[in-house]
Ligand binder design. Structure first.
Ligand SMILES: Cc1ncc(COP(=O)(O)O)c(C=O)c1O
Length: 453
């Protein structure tokens, strides 16, 4: 067995970062282990401030007990090791599996130089929405370069990935139209659907047969309505992927459009960084593709790609987060362009290889320790922790031992299927990944023991 798996918790390889020890795990106020943010969504009462206060009291109890791992602040660059400050001011340092920096490009010299040059030329600003005068020449170049990677001629930039997802659905779908959407699709896509129409049909996760039944039913009832089918390349909580060819064929057969969100796979997976669409041999064949620059492209921002100029220009004016929000700043555009150049170069291939090596080491380290890892190899590695109380304690234990990773709990995932969503980057070494797996298993064991006392 690999000796890193046997290393004691006090001395894991944290790449030089020191963990900050905190209190023991078995004296937690029970309120901090109960309930969820969902409990505060439908409270009656005329006082809006009181509703916020009820949530805040519950969250503060969790903060006091060290089991509210949200709202953290990063102390420096999002590297393989990092330091985070929690809401209560406690610091946590160690191996960083909580940043969305999949190809480790945030401090690449070429990326920094591109950002500096844009800053010199344009200053730091965003001068308006893309519907007015917010674009610069480089925005057009970025749209063309992304279009070349995706083999889709028309690309529209958005100020964030969330805005792209919401804006694409809301911008295309009218009140009388229908949206058929995977139940686990990202919040921006569900929110976009809710804002657009009441005709929303959730389908079981990845279940293309269910999509087919829904398409048939909608078409039988309504031959005239538009239908948008919405999926992701890699699902952000389960790290799994749909059969894109089947979904596209189904959409086409029923006069619907398919849109795929590639936030977590474009650039960091697939041939030339083409993501799951490339891996599945579907480049240039999906109706609509949207994505984000905040995972692999070291920036903020998002895009929607299509095959017709009409859809691009329609969205420019009917996707409100584009029309009524300022464009990506020139510095962000330059950053994304520099990342894209690297992604499409041999260096990008080398970074994807390193990333996949670390992913494989992490996944096998976790399964060797008897843990359940969801999905397929991707930069997202979700590890099941179990019920929410156990997961909260385990997450605290791991933070104290020097592992930084995000806890995802109900209602972001179903009740008592809380998980650690580990996010891997090219700069993680396989040894660091194995140490992280060891820290997860150990933290979970200690949390479990403290709950049984
Ligand atoms: C699948 C998916 N789509 C869209 C988004 C939104 O992207 P951004 O954070 O860049 O706004 C995210 C980010 O969390 C995501 O996971």
């Amino acid at each position: 067995m690999d000796d890193l798996l046997d290393s004691p918790v006090a001395s894991p390889d944290l790449g030089g970062a020191e963990p900050f020890p905190q209190a023991a795990a078995d004296t937690v106020d029970a309120q901090a282990l109960r309930g969820s943010s969902f409990d505060f969504l439908s409270r009656p009462g005329a006082d809006l401030g009181a509703k916020a206060a009820a949530f805040h009291d519950w969250a503060q109890c969790r903060v006091r007990e060290g089991v509210f791992p949200y709202g953290k602040r990063l102390g420096g660059r999002p590297g393989a090791t990092a330091e985070l400050t929690l809401l209560d001011g406690q610091r946590s340092a160690g191996l960083n599996f909580s940043s969305q920096e999949y190809l480790s490009l945030a401090r690449h010299p070429q990326v920094l130089e591109a950002a500096r040059a844009a800053m010199e030329r344009y200053g730091v600003h965003s001068a308006g929405s893309t519907a007015l005068a917010g674009n610069v020449e480089e925005s057009m170049a970025l749209e063309a370069e992304l279009g070349a990677l995706l083999q889709m001629p028309e690309v529209l930039l958005f100020p964030t990935g969330w805005a792209a997802g919401f804006g694409a659905v809301k911008g295309l779908v009218r009140e009388t139209d229908h949206v058929i959407i995977d139940q686990l699709a990202h919040n921006c896509l569900h929110e976009g659907a809710r804002a657009a129409t009441s005709h929303i049909h959730l389908h079981r996760h990845l279940d293309a047969d269910h999509v087919e039944r829904l398409l048939k039913r909608v078409r039988q009832r309504d031959a005239e309505a538009g239908i948008l089918v919405v999926a992701e390349g890699v699902y952000s909580m389960d790290a799994d992927s749909p059969d894109l060819a089947r979904l596209q064929a189904l959409a086409r057969a029923h006069g619907a459009l398919l849109m795929v969100d590639v936030a977590h796979d474009l650039g960091c997976m697939g041939p030339g960084g083409s993501g799951h669409i490339g891996l599945q041999g579907m480049l240039g064949q999906v109706d609509l593709v949207m994505g984000s620059f905040s995972k692999t492209f070291a920036s903020n921002g998002g895009f929607v790609a299509s095959h017709t100029r009409a859809i691009k220009e329609y969205l420019r004016f009917y996707a409100a987060p584009n029309t009524f929000s300022n464009a990506l700043s020139p510095v962000q555009v330059a950053t994304v362009r520099a990342c894209l150049r690297l992604i499409r170069s041999p260096e990008g291939e080398e970074r994807r290889t390193r990333l996949m090596r670390a992913i494989t080491a992490l996944r096998s380290g976790l399964t060797e320790r008897g843990l359940t890892v969801l999905g397929q190899p991707s930069p997202i590695v979700p590890v099941m922790l179990g019920n929410d109380a156990l997961a909260r304690l385990a997450s605290r234990e791991m933070g104290e031992a020097g592992l930084l990773a995000n806890l995802v709990e109900y209602p972001a995932v179903s009740l008592n299927s809380a998980r650690l969503r580990m996010q891997v980057m090219a700069d993680h070494s396989p040894a660091q990944a194995r140490t992280a797996a060891w820290l997860v298993a150990d933290g979970l064991e200690r949390a479990s023991a403290s709950l049984q006392r």
